[in-house]
Design a protein around this ligand. Structure first.
Ligand code: ADP
Length: 396
């Protein structure tokens, strides 16, 4: 710890910001914020890291850019030293069910989980290594899978040979856990009810989409699996397909495993069905009567209903259904379509509440009618704040 940090008393600690980093293979998202107040002093993304023609050669150079961007925003880290750095790590595998303080051993274990997340974990390790040499403060890893480590074994187990699954740690892990956790806590606050007393279904609908069933604050089901490809239809990912599709594409179309992986992750979902992956643009095309866009929207809603129904059965009783992330928070059309025809299950949306303020929500809000059996709500997610809080908790 540097001298100015040591001189900063405990009273000031809660004013010192946490830097949250989310390293992708060619990008680095950052946000500097105070976890207690939620005040954000800077945020942004460094893109095209390591690409030809880019000024940013690697993640170490990207951190120099972060420092420069902070300085542009008038943030002087020497005057208000960092408390800690929180890193988003996609895959915690079977090892990590809680945030951890990063040391060399943790870095090695995150690296060792790369076969489970070949695109994400190596990038996270590169970002962590660069940040550790750049900022001499505690570093914390927060895992996207951690919140789902509580899935009952019958929910996390694939029906494949047990010895093979055990040897390679093949099971359902779930992702977006930081968001599902944060939103399920915030929805309990919205209702003024202890989270322990609530059965919830949370729908995180952004570029990636996932659903979860949460009983008393504990996740019991989620739609993503070994990888983030399983489950709901997403911007570019197929979500659920017949697992036999892989063999079919290999034998009939002659695609390699890498080509199939690419097809299902990057060229499927809304994009594959309609030619656009952005939900706003998709909605405009639906309004214009575009047939492919309408089918994509309908497939998206159909799959979502499928999961809501399944989770109602798993929970036995549903108290609150929560929409979050870019689509969930901003598309009244999607929310209305999901609720359409579900009044028999106690799920309904009040049109005026759903469309209040243009249907975009920045605060937690109930959108179901007063007499509804199930409360339907929109609760904005904030993964950076959640990571910053978990980081601060660990280093305090
Ligand atoms: P990420 O998963 O990358 O964090 P977001 O949570 O920001 O993504 O969600 C992005 C999605 O939200 C995109 O499909 C985008 O079109 C959609 N979205 C954002 N604003 C709106 C809006 N006003 N209406 C409909 N969809 C929206």
């Amino acid at each position: 710890m540097n001298e100015s940090a040591q001189q900063t008393g405990q009273a000031d600690l809660t004013e010192r910001p946490v830097l949250v980093l989310n390293a992708g293979s060619s990008s680095l998202k950052f946000q500097l914020l105070v976890p207690e107040s939620g005040e954000v002093s800077a945020s942004g993304v460094i893109e095209r890291i390591g690409e030809s023609g880019s000024d940013v050669a690697d993640h170490a150079a990207a951190l120099q850019s972060v420092r420069a961007r902070l300085a542009d925003d008038g943030v002087d880290l020497d005057a208000v030293p960092l408390r800690a750095v929180g890193h988003r790590v996609v895959h915690g595998g079977p090892d990590f069910s809680e945030p951890v303080l990063i040391d060399d051993d943790v870095v090695a274990r995150i690296q060792a989980l790369s076969p489970l997340a070949p695109l994400h974990n190596p990038a996270a390790v590169t970002g962590i290594e660069a940040a550790r040499s750049h900022f001499e403060v505690p570093h914390v890893a927060v895992f996207d899978t951690a919140f789902f480590s509580t899935l009952p074994i019958e929910a996390s187990t694939y029906a494949v040979p047990r010895d093979l699954a055990q040897k390679h740690a093949i099971r359902r892990y779930g992702f977006h856990g930081t968001s599902h956790h944060f939103v399920s806590q915030a929805s309990a606050e919205l209702l003024g009810c202890p989270v322990e007393e609530l059965n919830q279904v949370v729908l995180h609908l952004g570029n990636g989409c996932s659903a979860s069933a949460i009983r008393g604050g504990v996740a019991i089901e989620t739609s993503m699996g070994l990888t983030p490809l399983q489950g709901l239809v997403m911007g570019t990912r197929s979500g659920d397909v017949d697992p036999g599709l892989h063999a079919f594409l290999s034998r009939q179309v002659g695609l390699s495993i890498d080509e199939i992986d690419d097809l299902l992750n990057k060229r499927s979902g809304l994009l594959g069905l309609s030619g656009v992956n952005d939900f706003r643009e998709l909605s405009q095309r639906v309004d214009a009567g575009d047939e492919a866009a309408t089918l994509a929207f309908d497939v998206f809603v159909h799959r979502l209903k499928h999961y809501v129904g399944a989770y109602l059965a798993q929970l036995g009783r549903l108290d609150i259904l929560v929409f979050t992330a870019g689509i969930g928070q901003n598309s009244p059309r999607l929310r209305a379509a999901l609720a359409d025809g579900l009044d028999g299950l106690g799920i309904a949306v009040d049109p005026a509440r759903n469309e209040a303020g243009g249907g975009s929500f920045t605060e937690p809000s109930v959108i179901s009618p007063d007499a509804s059996r199930v409360i339907v709500a929109v609760v904005p997610t904030n993964e950076e704040l959640a990571i910053a809080r978990q980081t601060a908790d660990l280093v305090s």
